[in-house]
Design a protein around this ligand. Structure first.
Ligand code: TYM
Length: 330
């Protein structure tokens, strides 16, 4: 079976972008592939989170992933810092990464712009650590959202350079989505992608209560509607239809599509429908996550078992890597 790896940062609760861009692919893939899914706590250290909050976020995120349908019996669910082998591979891969290409990474440039006082080396080498996450399990498929495309491209480059220098150790991984194209869920105000860091009213979290879900969706950006039949949809309207495709019934979507094409669409009605369908979809996941979050014995069991399996796979790769590089002396 092909190996799959993906990761998510514990920098806040799970939101719809994470869910539809990545996690719902993970849930399907665990039945088909040899899957490793990782809460990447080291990656979140670039922004120096509060220690207590980090711990809480990791456990909360783990609960949300399980509530979303990840089954620790079917996939390896683990925490990055439990696998020190990743850090060693990160060191070797750093020698394959050029300063210039790291500085040109879009996510790095965005972070520098947003927070010029905190341009640390961890931030610069973020894509290298991400590559180590992937390559340590020799993963072939990496289910991620569209915003990770460039990081994946860099991972392929580092792997190819390593193989070229030291011999074929790593298969070359690919970004993956069941729908072929990688997904980008937009922010509800229509500006850029939905993310953890921006205004909370524009991001739908799986932890939001029903009324908050309704309130956020009703506030989502729309306009006065199309004036010519079969017009092209503005991207913020396309996004609402996209969300509807994920949670609503086919007939309902077709009705609003037809209304749009005939210039009689009432966005208020459409958002009401979307809000109710979203509540139906999200409420059970949210409630399950809350229940799991407080079951520390259950969570510790999963963390321990996940760490053991992830380390076994990581150690096997690292042995090959050390041999290839020549840092094995006995
Ligand atoms: P992170 O934690 O920002 O996001 C986790 C996953 O959610 C996807 N995603 C989205 N997809 C569609 N629309 C959106 N608005 C949206 N927002 C987030 C992301 O693409 C991602 O798949 N660098 C990674 C974490 C990481 C990783 C890895 C991923 C570390 N090591 C190894 C894959 C393999 C990140 O920051 O994701």
């Amino acid at each position: 079976k092909e190996v799959v790896l993906s990761g998510i940062r514990p920098t806040g609760f799970l939101h719809l972008g994470n869910y539809f861009g990545a996690v719902n692919n993970w849930v399907q893939m665990q039945h088909e592939f040899d899957c490793y899914f990782c809460v990447v706590d080291w990656h979140s250290l670039t922004t120096h989170p509060d220690t207590k909050e980090l711990k809480h976020n990791v456990l909360r995120l783990l609960s949300e992933l399980i509530a979303s349908g990840l089954d620790p019996e079917k996939c390896v669910l683990f925490i990055q810092s439990d696998v020190p082998e990743i850090a060693e591979l990160y060191l070797y891969l750093n020698m394959m990464a050029y300063k210039g290409e790291l500085e040109k990474t879009t996510t790095f440039k965005d972070k520098v712009r947003a927070n010029p006082e905190n341009v640390n080396a961890g931030l610069l080498t973020y894509p290298v650590l991400q590559s180590a996450d992937i390559l340590i399990h020799r993963a072939l498929k990496v289910p991620v959202g569209k915003d990770q495309e460039q990081h994946l491209e860099m991972c392929r480059n580092f792997a190819e350079r390593f193989n070229h220098r030291y011999g074929e150790v790593f298969p070359i991984p690919q970004a993956f989505n069941y729908g072929n194209d990688l997904i980008k869920i937009m922010s509800l105000d229509g500006n850029g992608k939905m993310s953890k860091s921006e205004n909370h009213m524009n991001t739908l979290y799986l932890a939001d209560d029903n009324d908050l879900i309704r309130k956020k969706i009703m506030k989502a950006k729309t306009d006065s509607g199309p004036t010519t039949p079969n017009a092209e949809k503005p991207d913020y309207i396309e996004n609402l239809f996209g969300l509807m495709h994920l949670v609503s019934e086919k007939q309902v979507i077709e009705k609003f599509e037809a209304d749009f094409n005939n210039c009689v669409i009432r966005y208020g009605d459409m958002k009401k429908q979307l809000a109710e369908d979203m509540v139906q979809f999200m409420a059970p996941i949210r409630d399950k996550a809350f229940a799991i979050q407080n079951d520390h014995a259950y969570l510790s069991g999963i963390i321990k078992a996940g760490a053991e399996k992830a380390r076994a796979s990581a150690a096997a790769t690292l042995l090959e890597v050390r041999k290839a590089v020549g840092v094995n002396y006995i």
